[in-house]
Design a binder for this molecule. Structure first.
Ligand SMILES: Cc1cc2nc3c(=O)[nH]c(=O)nc-3n(C[C@H](O)[C@H](O)[C@H](O)COP(=O)(O)OP(=O)(O)OC[C@H]3O[C@@H](n4cnc5c(N)ncnc54)[C@H](O)[C@@H]3O)c2cc1C
Length: 384
């Protein structure tokens, strides 16, 4: 760290916090991370073996430059750590013609010249016979899409940051934060810590932050299930793209990264609101199991429709589905990145870069106006 660098704490070394530590360390700033658990744990936003990467983005074309930069970041992290984190499989958006998700991925592809193909149901089923398509649906293939390994990625970012000088206090929950014009004081079971600045990346534990800063954040559980393939190799990584199906039955599905099981997450069911990620349940409601069975029987006939494994994870959600990244009124020396609303993982490396920009320089060259907290924030005080 140079003598002029601020001392920086990162509260929450999960998806975004670990990447921020890494990006700060690459700039020669040895920040100090705190996590209630440890990088790689499965209690929060990033557990469950796989996450989707894609660039033709149904959530909005404003994300495409961020996603392109994130892709570079994933490859850099792979090179620096000697690990494979992102496997390109291609990704199918399957939707009835006229569906807004289909319109948006086409808009992204046209505006940014993204590598893609459009397939009729017949063409798609010739290429991917394990993924049935209805006659009224269209298939958009995002050739850049793929599968990320989330736990491995968070561990890679955190340990790379540590090897460059960062510190991570594991199993060390931050119980209170006091911020003033001179810096911040963190209270932990290990004692008090003083820093010039703090980055808050609490993910689905953002409830207290939301209350104290009057942010409209809600934590919701997303339940995923794994299904055993009937025939060996049918859903292998080398022949199965990720799927995002939109319409009356909406879900995402993954190739069998373990060689056996296909992970499915149903989107056309309510996602229960929970106080924080501490309240995740791995006992799904019978209605959810029934809806999942029905969807899998119809759209993934090559797997047994009774789940062999159930996972519960959570994320913090904003009303408009876009995250909050920036400074909040009433919280001096504090930068917040949270509210990723179920789609933040793929952007993690660029979010780490943005976090580092904001906490060090107070601003970033990345275009993140859609993430500006000013659209919600009024005033606040930091709580633990
Ligand atoms: C089931 C599911 C599927 C998803 N699928 C995708 C996908 O395919 N593609 C995609 O891009 N995104 C996906 N997402 C969204 C993405 O995973 C999340 O947006 C992202 O992981 C959130 O990152 P985060 O850093 O905000 O939170 P987290 O990664 O959960 O990190 C928060 C960290 O803060 C720590 N912490 C909290 N409070 C404290 C405290 N007081 N003191 C110390 N530490 C604390 C926690 O222990 C945790 O490590 C999915 C989310 C879920 C739940």
């Amino acid at each position: 760290m140079t003598s002029t660098s601020p001392t920086i704490a990162v509260v929450g070394t999960g998806t975004v916090g670990a990447m921020a530590l890494w990006q700060l360390a690459r700039r020669g700033i040895a920040a100090v991370g705190f996590d209630a658990y440890a990088p790689g744990h499965d209690r929060g936003g990033y557990g469950g073996q796989t996450r989707i990467f894609r660039t033709a983005y149904r959530e909005g074309a404003e994300y495409v430059p961020l996603l392109r930069r994130a892709l570079e970041g994933w490859r850099t992290l792979e090179t620096e750590t000697g690990s494979t984190l992102l496997t390109r499989t291609g990704g199918l958006t399957i939707a009835p013609e006229g569906h807004p998700d289909l319109d948006m991925v086409r808009t992204c592809a046209a505006a940014f010249d993204l590598p893609h193909e459009e397939l009729s149901p017949t063409e798609s089923m010739e290429r991917f016979p394990q993924l049935p398509v209805e006659p009224d649906e269209t298939v958009f293939l995002d050739r850049t899409a793929g599968v990320l390994r989330p736990e491995k990625s968070v561990i890679a970012a955190a340990t790379r940051a540590e090897s460059l000088g960062a510190t991570v206090h594991r199993y060390c929950p931050v119980q209170g934060i006091e911020a003033d014009d001179h810096g911040v004081r963190l209270r932990t079971p290990e004692g008090q810590h003083r820093f010039d600045r703090v980055l808050l990346t609490p993910g689905p534990w953002a409830t207290e932050l939301a209350q104290s800063a009057a942010l409209p954040l809600e934590v919701h559980q997303i339940t995923t299930m794994w299904f055993q393939q009937r025939r060996p190799g049918e859903f292998g990584l080398e022949r199965t793209p990720i799927v995002l199906r939109s319409g009356p039955t909406a879900y995402t599905s993954f190739p069998a990264v373990d060689g056996d099981t296909v992970k499915v997450s149903l989107h056309s069911v309510p996602r229960p609101r929970i106080p924080s990620a501490e309240h995740i349940t791995r006992n799904p409601a019978p209605e959810l199991v029934a809806a999942m069975r029905e969807a899998v029987t119809r759209f993934l006939p090559g797997v047994h429709p009774d789940p062999v494994r159930v996972g519960g994870y959570a994320d913090s959600f904003t009303p408009d589905g876009h995250a909050i990244a920036g400074h909040l009124p009433g919280l001096p020396n504090t930068t917040v990145l949270t509210g990723f609303s179920g789609h933040g993982f793929k952007m993690a490396p660029v979010l780490g870069e943005i976090a580092a920009d904001l906490v060090v320089d107070g601003t970033t060259d990345h275009t993140i106006t859609h993430l500006d907290p000013a659209r919600y924030a009024t005033t606040g005080e930091v709580a633990g």
